[in-house]
Design a binder for this molecule. Structure first.
Ligand SMILES: [Zn+2]
Length: 302
């Protein structure tokens, strides 16, 4: 062992020891540490220069989005209160402040999304462009969400189960937000996948998690509900009310799936953090250039 490598079990520095021996501190076979820590693809991975800002951006992006969604759910408790005939729990002032907090969190999430534009060198220009479009899409989304929570949440606190008719402007604002969310999810996806591929853990798991596609699909379900609401404003009599109920159901399911999608993105973000913050360890870093062929951490025959 010519380079620094810390035992996978106890953290002892194995430098200077034979590859075929065991850790003198805990007895773990050194090949076990090599398997766990040495990345066979380390040489192909481009170095991330701004490791901490990229890692921070990623976590802030996902966490702020998830928190904003939770707050938007809180704002709908009034709807649920109306549905179940309980006294309204949220006052206008609280509703306004919660709405502002959600808008701020979405803005912070947008700042975090900058990390996706060009996390390291050697990324195709097309992918950099898509991620930049995603970041820009936060601007109309923040404006639409701000209008939604500052005007419509106050004027119509119970848009789904209250007596007030469907507001076309409110539905259009929601559709605009949904469209932005889909643009963001698809825009960051290519570079997000690049970052996920850096994690040995996620790569070797052989599970191709399509979290961002799933998220975009969930938003699409809610948008379908909004489109049905829009159609319900043109419906006559009972047909209109059936359409409204169907739309509300789809919005509810879509919103729930969207929130789970955000939770999934947050979990994935936390899981790939170690792969972004630390430099990948290659065979040559610990075994030296000449002995590199002696040991292959992953069986290349499959
Ligand atoms: Zn050890």
């Amino acid at each position: 062992m010519t380079g620094d490598l810390h035992c996978a079990k106890c953290g002892y520095n194995l430098k200077g020891l034979s590859v075929r021996s065991v850790c003198p501190e805990c007895g773990l076979a050194i090949p076990a540490t090599l398997l766990a820590k040495v990345d066979p693809h380390a040489a192909e991975l481009k170095p991330i220069v701004w490791r901490v800002p990229i890692a921070l951006g990623l976590v802030v992006w996902a966490a702020a989005g998830l928190l904003a969604a939770c707050i938007l759910w809180l704002l709908r408790t009034e709807d649920l209160a109306t549905l179940f005939g309980v006294a309204t729990p949220v006052s206008e002032g609280v509703s306004r402040r919660l709405g502002e907090l959600a808008v701020t969190l979405v803005g912070i999430s947008g700042l975090g999304s900058i990390a996706f534009i060009r996390p390291h060198a050697g990324i195709p220009g097309r992918q950099v462009f898509f991620a930049a479009v995603a970041v820009v899409a936060y601007l109309p989304m923040v404006i639409a969400l701000h209008r939604l929570v500052s005007v419509f949440n106050i004027a119509i606190p119970t848009p789904y189960f209250g007596a007030s008719p469907v507001s076309v402007t409110r539905v259009l604002l929601r559709l605009a937000i949904g469209a932005c969310l889909i643009v963001i999810a698809l825009g960051v996806r290519p570079n997000a996948r690049l970052l996920v591929a850096r994690s040995m853990l996620l790569r070797s798991g052989k599970v191709d998690r399509q979290t961002l596609y799933g998220f975009a699909g969930a938003v699409g379900v809610a948008m379908l509900g909004d489109l049905i609401h829009l159609a319900s404003t043109m419906g006559i009599g009972s047909l209109g009310s059936i359409a409204r109920l169907t739309g509300t159901a789809l919005i509810g399911v879509g919103s729930l799936l969207t929130t789970f999608g955000l939770l999934g993105l947050f979990i994935d973000g936390v899981r790939i953090l170690p792969a972004i913050i630390t430099t990948p360890i290659g065979e040559r870093d610990v075994l030296g250039p000449r002995t590199g062929s002696e040991f292959t951490p992953h069986d290349r025959r499959g």
